[in-house]
Design a protein around this ligand. Structure first.
Ligand SMILES: *Cc1c(COP(=O)(O)O)cnc(C)c1O
Length: 391
């Protein structure tokens, strides 16, 4: 896959790596190995598109492609036929433009004052979220005749970005007659993963009313969970993010997505501790038996949640060794953490333990840390040897 060569610092595929493109330090030196299965990502995108048919399936790849790498993710999706991307800011739009020359790129955080010209240069489209942004964009469009497009974000209950439904209603006649180059009408769910939440139906019906006023302009409402909420949420374009990367968009039900990432940490050292010894900072974890401890070279500076640490009072997170669950022993340090591997006697120095993968999926790790898979993904560190699996 020669055109994935843009990945900086690419190293020849190490013997222990699967087929694919790599980045970061060589696997022989790295403390952690992150595998991103681009084939699974593409398969998830297709499955979501199938579910939302006949709507177009876009790809949300903000926050460096949810931590997975914005260039490889955009390249893989564009090749599979994805035509529309959503990013958070202009620097992300620039990175996507480098690898997806023809794609429509919407910038969710809206228009920073003075930036319309940059949008034109990148052929990116702002998601306009307030009347002042619209006024600035209108002035630019009028003076330059720029026809590159923009989305109009209408707030239907999230109260974050977007003009109000009343503002949209007042604007509608003007938008229809003058055509300000609005190519997408957009809104965003506040509680799509909670299927029973009454706000979902309120947002769907309010957005339906707004869409009637902007007939002819394509519309978009659903994020990952929104796709599974109701066909009424599909509109013309769906905007999945987290489900592309393997996170369950239907909490409480089986995960319909394929796992995309796997994370392994290297054993830097094995040591034995006597019953009653404590491990790590604050001496908060005490061995209840003579224990074998693996110190692995991944810590919170690599995005592994510090809140996963354990103590005598709280169980904390766990890793797996050959499918066996092994609990964290004590606090997560910046660059290291300790695991109680007494029940995995086969483990040797230099081996790897699984931090994310198999039954220990993103949702399980996030829950053990009291956070959500979104945060875990977007925090994925920069010291890992990364393998991008393409088949
Ligand atoms: C992040 C985001 C999405 C994608 O949401 P997921 O829950 O990750 O699918 C869609 N739309 C907007 C406006 C977003 O900010």
């Amino acid at each position: 896959m020669a055109s994935l060569d843009f990945i900086a610092d690419s190293h020849p595929t190490a013997p222990d790596s699967v087929r694919g493109i790599t980045s970061g330090p060589p696997s022989s030196e790295a403390g952690g190995i992150l595998t991103v299965d681009l084939a699974a990502l593409v398969s998830n995108w297709r499955a979501l598109g199938h579910r939302a048919m006949p709507s177009e399936c876009a790809g949300v790849i903000k926050a460096n492609g949810y931590g997975c790498g914005i260039e490889p993710v955009a390249t893989a999706l564009a090749r599979a036929g994805c035509k529309t991307f959503f990013v958070a800011d202009l620097s992300e739009a620039r990175r996507v433009r480098e690898v997806a020359a023809e794609a429509a790129i919407y910038v969710l955080n809206g228009l920073i004052p003075g930036t319309p010209q940059v949008y034109a240069e990148l052929r990116a489209r702002p998601v306009i979220g307030s009347m002042v942004e619209l006024a600035e964009w209108d002035a630019f469009v009028a003076s330059t005749q720029w026809r590159g497009g923009a989305a109009l974000h209408v707030d239907t209950g999230m109260n974050r970005l977007g003009i109000s439904a009343n503002e949209a209603a007042a604007l509608a006649p003007r938008i229809r007659s003058e055509n300000h180059g609005i190519t997408l009408l957009m809104s965003h769910f506040a509680c799509a993963e909670d299927t029973a939440h009454p706000l979902n139906d309120r947002q769907i019906s309010l957005f339906r009313e707004v869409r009637m006023l902007f007939r002819g302009i394509p519309s978009s409402l659903a994020n990952s969970s929104g796709i599974f909420l109701s066909d009424n949420a599909h509109c013309d374009v769906v905007r999945p993010g987290v489900a592309l990367y393997g996170v369950n968009p239907t909490p409480g039900k089986p995960n319909p997505m394929r796992p995309v990432i796997e994370l392994k940490a290297r054993v830097a050292q094995l040591r034995t501790v006597a019953k009653g010894d404590t491990v790590g900072y604050s001496a908060g974890w005490t061995a209840r038996r003579a224990a074998r401890i693996a110190v692995v070279s991944v810590g919170y500076a690599d995005g592994y949640p510090r809140a996963s640490g354990s103590s005598d009072e709280t169980p904390g997170g766990w890793v797996t060794v050959g499918g066996k669950r092994c609990p964290l022993a004590g606090r997560v340090s910046m660059d290291l953490m300790a695991i109680d591997v007494t029940d995995a006697p086969e483990l040797r120095r230099g081996d790897f333990v699984t931090l994310i993968g198999g039954d220990l999926d993103l949702d399980a790790v996030a829950t053990a840390a009291g956070t959500i898979a979104y945060e875990l993904l977007t925090a994925l560190g920069h010291r890992y040897h990364r393998v991008y699996r393409t088949e």
